[in-house]
Design a protein around this ligand. Structure first.
Ligand code: K2U
Ligand code: NI
Length: 184
């Protein structure tokens, strides 16, 4: 199982690379890697396991964060209305988005960044994502709220983008124009 020891450091160049498409149908090795990303995110949300192995809680994870420059992400989170979003995807692609933006009122963190970074991160409020799941099925998701923010955070990791790249450096708590606040 993945632990924090498997995470690359914030200044690792792999986090600034554009990750490679995963050839489909996925190899057993690529399936094992993607399943391990999902396992980490789920384990990190189980207090006992997280405490035993010192896992930082996360709601998403991208392969470059564990030194694999391939287009794979895992997301596992419950929205406030208790709807569960649990997806492990190869080659996720954002195919459309709203004009309206959104931002998490708490700001964002990152499992690859072991320091607080303040400020609002402008994201698209609603997105449509396509990808391929571990069973090889095509998946199309229309997302809003925290799920939309999380998928954008993870897909950014596949394109060498960190969440703080989006923060207004002059005034980090500038409310993005035409945006809605997402409260977790
Ligand atoms: O990719 C990662 O580093 C995992 C992030 C993803 C994320 C951060 C901010 C907003 C949305 C997604 C971790 O989940 S950071 C820890 C965390 C935990 C619960 C809620 C928000 C962030
Ligand atoms: Ni991150």
């Amino acid at each position: 199982m993945l632990t924090m020891d498997d995470f690359v450091k914030e200044d690792d160049p792999i986090l600034r690379k554009v990750a490679l498409e995963v050839p489909l149908p996925a190899s057993d090795e690529d399936k094992r890697i993607l399943a391990s990303l999902m396992e980490y995110v789920q384990n990190s949300q189980l207090h006992d396991i997280a405490a035993i192995y010192g896992l930082r809680a996360g709601i998403g994870l991208a392969a470059p964060q564990v030194n694999v420059s391939k287009r794979m992400i895992a997301v596992h989170l419950k929205e406030k209305d208790d709807q569960l979003y649990s997806y492990a995807l190869f080659n996720p692609k954002l195919i459309s988005h709203s004009v309206e933006k959104a931002y998490l009122t708490t700001g964002e963190g990152c499992l690859s960044v072991n320091r607080p970074v303040s400020g609002y991160v402008p994201r698209y409020a609603r997105i449509t994502v396509v990808g391929t799941d571990l069973e090889g099925k095509s998946v199309q998701l229309r997302l809003k709220g925290t799920a939309a923010i999380c998928f954008q955070h993870e897909i950014d990791h596949l394109n060498g983008i960190m969440f703080y790249d989006h923060i207004n450096q002059d005034d980090p708590y500038t409310v993005p124009e035409n945006s809605i606040a997402v409260v977790r």
